[in-house]
Write a new protein. Structure first.
Lengths: 72, 639
């Protein structure tokens, strides 16, 4: 069974409102720490609140770009 | 009916299992008016009350991002149920609380059904139920629907809620957000019709979040207030999440890990391993489905039909009825499925021997795929390439199923969430994926000229599909663009649940689809009886000969192709024996592209509606003219 590959703190306060709302309603709240199950060029599989959520490349890129801007 | 209860919640929280436990075998499935979204409804009698129970499509929030989620909330705003049961997963309560907080803004009696406590207990997760009830101000029922645990207590809570009719008050967010929201509500309440004023708070929230359906409500706002709406929306979702976090912090006694990601989960996120893994898994499932359909589901009904049904029905009616219209309509004037065209022969064969067994097996497999958690996983690697042609990753299942039979494939598109994806997946099947029977005929007829011609046909169909997909993807309204998908935990499908879903869906086809199939057979029957079919073939021959460079007799195959494409391909060699290889390639291309068979046409009418079906036929006609014309032109040049 694959083990989580570490955790990341979710950024996203500057995301578009609808996307932000979507992520939060699925449990991906900015500032919360989530586990990364697997990463690939198609996207990232996250573990949050006992749920597995796949975010596509575009969403992952938006999140990581913002994370970089925050120096995380 | 005394009252209406709606089961609401995220996808994959066990709503369907709970629904089945509550309603037993009374359930029926119907499409929400004006949509293709399935709604399950059933009845339950308890303490002298007759309750109508609705199973809403799964949704993460009241801010809908697809048609299914829109229907779910319309069931609340338009249906105004007497009680809302929010079904949440006890193993991941924190993220479900966001929706609970939204539902509390509706002003409808609300119960929180904390499902899957069995899994939570195994993982060491403990929730303080009393504290949760105090924090939310609504009844909380711990349950394990799959074991029937908590059902009695839930029914008691529903009866209690019906007696009291007490709706919860929305929980207070930060004072700053509350003040701004109240200001917004003040402006909105005057604009709403009286029956919607109950929902002022919820509608104010949705408008602040930029919900397109309610954007008109922001129209008359003062500029200053309108300018602040987006900020309000942003602060609102963050404040709600913060409140959900705070409540969770108060009620959780112990936490634990309840999910076990598998190797497949890890492989799917990489393009190469993802596509290989998903392709292999998908084809294994599809081919076993088709194998079961072919070996079991078709053989027995065929045996019964040819061994008992047809000889008895044809024999007795042939002896009793005089020659004339009635006899022709009922059993035709010749034996054999494709020559008979009678309602009691060809019609019954189509419905009960060809379509129904396929649908039963397909729905059974669909149910297993849905319940096991495999289906959403397959969508991940295929999502990117399919989005480029207007579909989405989830379309893989109907597309591959369509290689067996497009009737079944078009039916299977109902798992897709957006109209655009359903439309594109159906169109791709009609244009680019010949059914299994037709493919056999293609190899027999076109294969005689060489494998290269069969390969050329598939290349033409693939190129045509991609070209049309790319064009329509730009022209059609855009659907949901970004991929955020929950992968449910791996689960062993519950046989009872899968069987019940299958029976409900098959029952629905029998009630609604069968008359359409029989109507299609009747129309073709009358075309033959009146001789109009010959005139139709005559009418088409200028296009067939002039544009496609084919012998005029090929028109007869095109007419037959409306009924069965495999038969149409099969008769090409017989009606026009002297065709060159390129002419045969043109003819098979045209037969494949020009029109759907009657079975998938009626299913499409039922599933996608008249307008979209007509649009697909127009696209097919234009495509056939262009592609058939080009290949025909090539054959003319070569000859």
């Amino acid at each position: 069974m694959p083990r989580p590959k570490g955790s990341v703190r979710l950024a996203g306060a500057k995301l578009k409102l609808k996307l932000l709302s979507r992520l939060i309603s699925m449990g991906l709240v900015p500032g919360r720490e989530v586990s990364v199950i697997s990463k690939g060029s198609l996207g990232v599989l996250l573990e949050s609140d006992n749920s597995m959520i796949f975010v596509g490349r575009e969403v992952a890129r938006l999140l990581s770009r913002e994370a970089d801007a925050h120096g995380r | 009916m005394d009252a209406e209860v709606i089961l609401f919640g995220h996808p994959n929280v066990g709503k369907s299992v709970l629904f089945n436990q509550l309603t037993g075998l009374t359930a029926i499935v119907s499409n929400y008016p004006g949509t293709t979204v399935e709604i399950y409804e059933g009845e339950v009698r308890v303490e002298g009350l007759h309750l109508r129970v609705l199973d809403a499509p799964g949704t993460y929030s009241l801010l809908a991002t697809n048609e299914a989620e829109d229907v779910a909330r319309r069931l609340l705003f338009e249906g105004r149920p007497d009680v809302v049961v929010h079904v949440a997963d006890a193993t991941s309560l924190r993220r479900h609380l966001y929706l609970t907080l939204e539902l509390m803004e509706l002003g409808l009696p609300l119960i929180l059904a904390l499902n899957q406590v069995d899994r939570a207990e195994k993982a060491g997760i403990k929730i303080d139920r009393e504290e949760l009830e105090r924090a939310l101000g609504i009844p909380v029922i711990p349950m394990a629907a799959v074991e029937g645990r908590g059902i009695g207590e839930l029914l008691e809570a529903i009866i209690d809620a019906l007696k009291n009719r007490r709706a919860p008050s929305p929980l207070k967010l930060s004072s700053e957000v509350e003040e701004r929201l109240a200001e917004f509500e003040g402006f909105l309440s005057d604009k709403l019709p009286p029956e919607m004023r109950k929902f002022t708070r919820a509608l104010a929230s949705l408008t602040a979040l930029g919900d397109e359906k309610f954007s008109y409500l922001a129209g008359g706002l003062p500029d200053e207030l309108r300018g602040r709406i987006e900020d309000l929306g942003r602060d609102l979702v963050l404040a709600r999440a913060e409140l959900a976090d705070a409540i969770y912090g108060k009620v959780v006694i112990s936490e634990g890990r309840a999910i076990k990601p598998g190797v497949i989960d890890r492989l799917l996120v990489r393009p190469v391993t993802g596509l290989i893994t998903a392709s292999l898994t998908l084809f294994a499932v599809i081919w076993s489905t088709l194998g079961v359909i072919h070996e079991v589901a078709h053989r027995l009904p065929r045996m019964l039909y040819y061994g008992f049904y047809e000889p008895i029905v044809r024999g007795s009616l042939d002896a009793v009825l005089p020659n004339g219209l009635l006899k022709y309509v009922l059993i035709g004037d010749a034996p054999g499925i494709y020559s008979s065209l009678g309602l009691l022969t060809t019609g019954v064969f189509f419905v009960f021997v060809m379509i129904l067994p396929c649908l039963f097996v397909l729905y059974l497999m669909l149910g297993i795929l849905e319940d096991s958690g495999l289906l959403p996983r397959l969508a991940v690697p295929f999502d990117c390439p399919l989005r480029r042609i207007g579909a989405c990753g989830e379309a893989m299942y109907p597309l591959v199923t369509g290689t067996g039979c497009s009737v079944v494939g078009v039916f299977a598109t109902r798992i897709l969430k957006t109209e655009k994806a359903r439309f594109m997946a159906s169109l791709i099947q009609w244009i680019g994926i010949p059914c299994m029977a037709e493919q056999v005929m293609i190899w027999l007829v076109l294969g005689r000229y060489g494998v290269a011609y069969v390969g050329s046909l598939y290349a033409i169909l693939l190129a045509t599909t991609i070209a049309i997909g790319l064009i329509l993807n730009v022209l059609l309204p855009r659907g949901e663009e970004l991929l955020i998908m929950e992968l449910p935990p791996w689960r062993r499908p519950q046989l009872r649940n899968v069987l019940k879903k299958t029976i409900i869906r098959v029952k629905e086809f029998l009630l609604r689809g069968t008359p359409l199939v029989l109507l299609g057979v009747l129309i073709v029957n009358l075309l033959y009886y009146t001789g109009l079919i010959g005139a139709l073939a005559e009418l088409m021959s200028p296009v067939v000969s002039g544009l496609f460079n084919l012998p005029s007799h090929v028109a007869a195959a095109l007419v037959i192709g409306v009924l069965r494409k495999d038969v149409a391909v099969g008769v090409l060699a017989a009606v026009a024996p002297g065709m060159t290889a390129l002419q045969m390639l043109t003819a098979v291309t045209v037969v494949t592209l020009y029109f759907p068979c009657i079975g998938s046409l009626v299913v499409s009418l039922k599933e996608l509606g008249l307008k979209r079906t007509i649009l697909m036929i127009i696209i097919m006609t234009v495509t056939t003219t262009v592609v058939g014309g080009l290949v025909g032109f090539l054959s003319r040049l070569v000859s």
